[in-house]
Design a protein around this ligand. Structure first.
Ligand code: KIV
Length: 296
């Protein structure tokens, strides 16, 4: 039996997602940054996030701060060209929603014009005005609370948030403020399970957890982490289902070996000339210098 949904399944919409969450159907989101990863993920998940994690996962940066709107647009366009059925969410990168409402609306509106159905941005109370402005312009917003990677320096590193009483209550209150401002869902990242559970129980919009325990309405992981394509430190909340890096490197090394042993390409992997052209090519000799035919 196929584990894939029918290829003509209806496109995932925000009301549909919210209905699924109310029906206690767990929501699944992963990242995609190009057409290949989008085609891999789309038949499997409910939401595809073109995350600013593209910066550290694919572009070699240490964190997400150097990711620009131009980079995000480039990756979003590649994903959108595959016309995914999953809900396509685009991440607002650092400084794309901090400077002025006009610039924020232009950036977020540009994402929708490129095929995203919603945008995601990080932060709580500070972001309420901009969240409302986006929603007023028909731009659905997914909030993101807890360990917000764009605040890496303010947090003093990638650390679990909301362990202390004050911080926990602030995250809980921020979640409610974002819901009241009109967010259609919230990502909860790197917070204790009990706090994520309380947020999920008391909100009417879905929560999507990453390092936030099992009680959220859904889960998100970076696709490259699930497939074992990322190198170096993996946070404890990541579950890797295949050692993709090792597996793919082994395949590449088999091909390189075949080239070096002259067993690639085979006749079946090559083109051949029709008989008439073959004769002309085989009997061709390089004209001598000064030969008339060369001068012409
Ligand atoms: O950029 C990203 O991949 C994210 C997810 C980890 C939620 O924001």
């Amino acid at each position: 039996m196929s584990h894939l949904p029918p290829p003509d399944r209806p496109a995932t919409t925000i009301p549909l997602l919210q209905q699924w969450a109310r029906d206690s159907r767990r929501l699944v989101m992963t990242t995609a940054y190009d057409a290949v990863t989008a085609r891999l993920a789309d038949p499997i998940v409910d939401m595809i996030l073109v995350g600013d994690s593209v910066g550290n996962v694919c572009l070699g940066f240490d964190n997400t701060l150097p990711v620009s709107m131009a980079m995000m647009n480039h990756h979003l366009e590649a994903v959108a060209r595959t016309r995914p059925r999953a809900l396509l969410v685009a991440d607002m990168p650092y400084l794309s929603y901090h400077l002025s409402p006009e610039e924020t609306l232009r950036n977020a509106g540009g994402f929708l014009q490129r095929g995203a159905a919603a945008v995601k941005l990080e932060g709580g109370a500070k972001r309420l005005a901009i969240v409302r402005a986006l929603i007023d312009c028909e731009i659905p917003v997914m909030g993101h609370l807890g360990l917000t990677p764009q605040s890496v320096h303010a947090m003093g590193g990638f650390k679990v948030q909301g362990r202390g009483t004050h911080d926990a209550v602030q995250i809980l209150e921020d979640a409610h403020r974002l819901q009241e401002a009109g967010c259609f869902a919230l990502v909860l990242e790197g917070i204790p399970s009990e706090l994520a559970a309380k947020i999920t129980q008391t909100l009417s919009i879905p929560t999507i957890g990453i390092g936030a325990g099992p009680h959220c309405s859904g889960q998100v992981l970076v696709l490259h982490d699930v497939l074992g394509l990322t190198q170096g430190h993996r946070p404890k909340f990541v579950r890797t289902y295949v050692d993709g890096f090792d597996l793919l490197q082994q395949a590449l090394s088999h091909w390189a070996e075949d080239v070096r042993r002259s067993v690639f390409p085979s006749a079946a992997e090559s083109y051949s000339l029709p008989a008439a052209s073959q004769k002309a090519v085989c009997t061709w000799v390089k004209p001598q210098s000064g030969d008339q035919s060369e001068a012409r």
